[in-house]
Structure formats: C-alpha cells, structure tokens
Design a protein around this ligand. Structure first.
Ligand code: ATP
Length: 316
C-alpha cells in the first residue's frame, strides 16, 4: 500500500533572527494524516519559532514548508485558512463570551452561521463549559479561557491542528476530557501538532514525537521506538508507610519514584516483597520507562568520548 503523502512537510528550515540567533537549524519534519505528533524541547529550543513559520506568521530564512503540497512560505494565507491554532498566550477577543468566541472562530474559518453556532454548543457541552457559556472571556478564569481557546481551534474543520500547551491551567477532570477529545480528533483523521511539556498526560495520545534542542531536531520517532534510549531500565513507583532506607540498586533518587537497571529486578522485587510483608510498603508499581524518562535520556549530556547513540528506528 502506498503511504499517504504528508499533510505537512518541512524541509531544511532555517530561521535566523535579525539579532543573529539561529532559532531553527535545518529542521525537517513530515506529519501524516491522522497522526498526533508531539514537539518537545526545553525553553528556547525553537518550538515557537517553528510553529510561527508553519502558521505563516514568520518568514523562514531558508527552506520550505508545504501544507497539502501548497507552498505556505509563498502563500501564508493558505496556512492561516487551513490550520486550527491554539496559541500559548491569551486570546485577543476578550469582550466576547466563551460561546461567542468559539462560534466566531468557526465563522472566521468559513463555517456558515448555523453550523458555527451548533459546533460551539457541542464543544461547550463536551468540555463541560455550560456554566461559563455566557461569561466574557476577560472575566473567565485561566483554565476556562484555555478550554475556550481549544474549542475555538477545533471548531472548524482544519487540515492541521496546532495545539500549544492545551491543558495549561485546566482542572484535572476537564483535562482528561480534553485529552480524550484530542485522541478522538486524531482517530477521526485530524493531523495534530502538539507542543507540550506535559509528557505524562500527553503520552497516551501521541503517535510520534520529535525532541528539539538548540534549534535542531535531535530525536524523532514513535514512543515505542524512542524507548530504545532507555532499554534495560525500569521505573519503580512506591507508596511507603514510612521513610525507607534506600536500596543500593535504587540510589540515589529512590525509592519513591525512580529508574533502575532491569538486571536488578530480582533483587529489587525481593526487597519490595520483604518491605510489603513488614507493612513498610503499602503499594508499588514496576513498569517501562515513561515519556519523561525518554525525554530526560535524550536531553542528557552525551557520555564522555562521544555522543549518545541513536537507537535503531528512533528516527523515522
Ligand atoms: N523575535 C525574536 N528575536 C530574536 N530572538 C528570538 C526571537 N524570538 C525568539 N528568539 C530566540 O530564538 C530562540 C528560540 O526561541 P523559541 O521561542 O522559538 O523557543 P521555544 O522552544 O518556543 O521556547 P519556550 O518553550 O520557552 O516557549 C531563543 O533563543 C529565543 O531567545
């Protein structure tokens, strides 16, 4: 079967600001239909710069960006019409109510009035925003503004959704609904670029991810492929009844939550069983490394004498 062409294709993208900062250094990226793709990286890595160019809000120094094959450097309007965007910052239309904001966003992207109103009503219901429907955006809490912004981004059909920290300030119950909705949109065929530091929650919706550092993509692949960075390690979470003397295999950061060598599993399991029988440990969980662990491993300084090896298949 021939793979579908990418929705978004970025080739050799370079962005150098006027002050000389090289914010994107030959970035290449392909996003395929229906995938939820996470862009990760520390502060200042170049993520916002990349997003601004994808949206046609900043001009690349060199390189190309196409959306559905259309050159959006030459036609930035095409990007603005076809990308749903939840920005990191606050919303501009502060005098509109929550429901009006969502409806207005849909209208701006060409949805007829009746459908725009229906889409807003559906999203208000789904995100449990009913009590805030008629609250003016400027008077809404940070979390409600965030949810309204999310609803505004997804209220009209889009070729690509760019969601920058969608769950910031959102309460845990609505956050769970929001992640469900993101996963559903992906399953429904939407292509989603997620910029987030919240790896623990994003983990269950992500199909592929890229880690940026200093303007470059340093790792790219599915979470499963990138787990190659931390093979031979397991993560232990312990609920203890009282402070525990550390086990040598878990030092120095154990044992409440830590990584340990898989080879030490028999010793660690026997130690936990003893503590559990004595009532010192109430509960424990041993599982594979998390996305946070993968990220930390990717960002760790290279071992002396060379750079960290790239695991097979870690770069798609
Ligand atoms: N308008 C600008 N002029 C000059 N330098 C800039 C400008 N905007 C960003 N930079 C610099 O470009 C680099 C990348 O910044 P960018 O905002 O893209 O990073 P980021 O990964 O989005 O960071 P964060 O996670 O903190 O939002 C940084 O060194 C930043 O200081």
């Amino acid at each position: 079967m021939t793979p579908l062409p990418p929705v978004l294709s970025v080739r050799d993208l370079v962005k150098r600001y006027r002050n000389g900062t090289l914010a994107n250094d030959h970035v290449c990226l392909d996003l395929f239909p229906g995938e939820v793709f996470a862009l990760l990286g520390p502060n200042g890595a170049g993520k916002t710069t990349l997003v601004r160019q994808l949206l046609g809000l900043a001009r690349p120094t060199s390189g190309s960006i196409t959306l559905d094959g259309v050159d959006i450097v030459a036609d930035p309007g095409f990007a603005r019409r076809n990308i749903g965007f939840l920005p990191q910052g606050s919303f501009d239309l502060q005098s509109l109510t929550v429901a009006e904001t969502i409806e207005f966003a849909a209208r701006l992207r060409g949805v007829p009035p009746r459908e725009a109103r229906a889409a807003a009503a559906r999203l208000v219901e789904r995100l449990d925003l009913g009590p805030f429907r008629n609250t003016a955006m400027h008077a809404a809490s940070g979390g409600v503004r965030r949810l309204a912004g999310f609803a505004a981004a997804v209220a009209a059909p889009a070729r690509l959704l760019v969601l920058d920290e969608p769950t910031n300030d959102v309460d845990p119950l609505r956050r769970a609904v929001l992640w469900d909705l993101i996963a559903e949109l992906g399953r429904g065929g939407a292509t989603i670029l997620l910029v987030t530091h919240n790896l623990a929650e994003a983990e269950r919706v992500i199909d592929r991810l890229a880690i940026m550092n200093a303007g470059r993509i340093i790792r790219e692949g599915s979470p499963a492929a990138l787990r190659g960075l931390v093979t031979e390690r397991l993560r232990l979470e312990v609920t203890a009844a009282r402070p525990l003397a550390p086990h040598p295999a878990l030092a120095p950061d154990g044992p409440s939550s830590c990584l340990f060598d898989a080879a030490d599993l028999p010793a660690v399991a026997a130690w936990l069983a003893r503590l559990r029988a004595a009532g010192d440990v109430l509960d424990f969980r041993i599982g594979p490394p998390t996305l946070d662990d993968i990220y930390a491993a990717a960002m760790a300084p290279a071992a002396p004498g060379g750079s960290a090896p790239l695991p097979a298949g870690a770069r798609a």
